[in-house]
Design a protein around this ligand. Structure first.
Ligand code: GLN
Length: 282
């Protein structure tokens, strides 16, 4: 364990001790407490080989979630692989904001655009038993991971997956309560300055925004989605911490002016648009 930590520290890994523990637990299929309860537990040759393989991947900068194939989001585990973005703690703010709009007992129809691993759609469905969610993605490979996560949480009856660009597959819908999305929004020129773990290992399809401001996907979602919302329905979209001023230049005639929501680090990270009318929540 000590040798592993040293290797990761030398490779510039920010949390070598934690990473070694997570990888060991992954190999041994145990909880972290096991490592402290049985500190002298001997590794079999197979375990050792597998552990070294994992350490090598981590040393080369691969995010730990891709090595273990799992990431926690809103206190639940989600399956991930290189076809989907690793769920970010920042995006939990989108969930918190959506839940404020969705009364616990009410039924609600929700669209999650660019669903990736499905973590947003699934979390909303689990937190709101009256919710029906349609989750879309342009990547069939991403939808495969989302489908595994939907199955894992036995949500087949309340979360349906549709393939297509943004809202292309949702044109038959109407009276939608809420459209949520974490679309790609990194500007092309900012891509190379992303952290190495992100730039080299996460899917650029899910990161690279379109247009000079990186927000063309957001604009297209709002333009195509306004018609699908019921009066009082809302959009909640994630943006980068420096993109508020770009959003302020937009005007949509069928929507109220946007509200901006800050994350826990006090950065504006969400935009909320509302279609005039009465919402579920009054
Ligand atoms: N927040 C992500 C990052 O910093 C980007 C997510 C996105 O583009 N939707 O890497």
């Amino acid at each position: 364990m000590v040798v592993g930590k040293k290797h990761l520290a030398q490779a510039g890994c920010a949390s070598p001790a934690l990473d070694v523990e997570i990888l060991l637990c992954h190999i041994l299929r145990v909880e972290r407490l096991f490592l402290y309860t049985w500190p002298h537990h001997a590794l079999s040759k197979n375990n050792l080989d597998a552990f070294e393989l994992c350490l090598g991947r981590r040393e080369s900068g691969e995010p730990i979630a891709y090595i273990t194939g799992l990431k926690e989001f809103y206190n639940r585990q989600f399956k991930v692989n290189h076809d989907v973005l690793i769920p970010r703690p920042d995006t939990e703010k989108l969930i918190e904001t959506a839940l404020l709009f969705l009364p616990l007992g009410a039924s609600a129809s929700i669209i999650d655009v660019c669903t990736g691993s499905g973590c947003i759609a699934i979390t909303l469905a689990l937190e709101r038993p009256g919710a029906f969610v349609i989750a879309t993605d342009i990547s069939l490979k991403a939808l495969k991971i989302a489908a595994d996560n939907v199955e894992c949480y036995q949500l087949g009856e309340r979360v349906s997956l549709r393939s297509g660009d943004l809202l292309e597959s949702c044109q038959d819908l109407q009276n939608v309560d809420l459209i949520v999305a974490n679309p790609p929004y990194i500007k092309a020129q900012a891509m190379p300055s992303l952290m190495r773990d992100v730039y080299e290992f996460e899917p650029h399809l899910a990161l690279l925004g379109e247009g000079v401001d990186g927000l063309a996907h957001h604009k297209r979602i709002i333009e195509a989605g306004a018609r699908l919302l019921k009066p009082g329905g809302r959009f909640i979209l994630e943006i980068g911490y420096d993109q508020k001023s770009d959003v302020e230049m937009w005007a949509f005639d069928k929507l109220l002016p946007p509200r901006f929501i800050r994350d826990d680090a006090d950065h504006i990270r969400l935009i909320v648009y509302e279609k005039p009318g009465v919402f579920l929540n009054g």
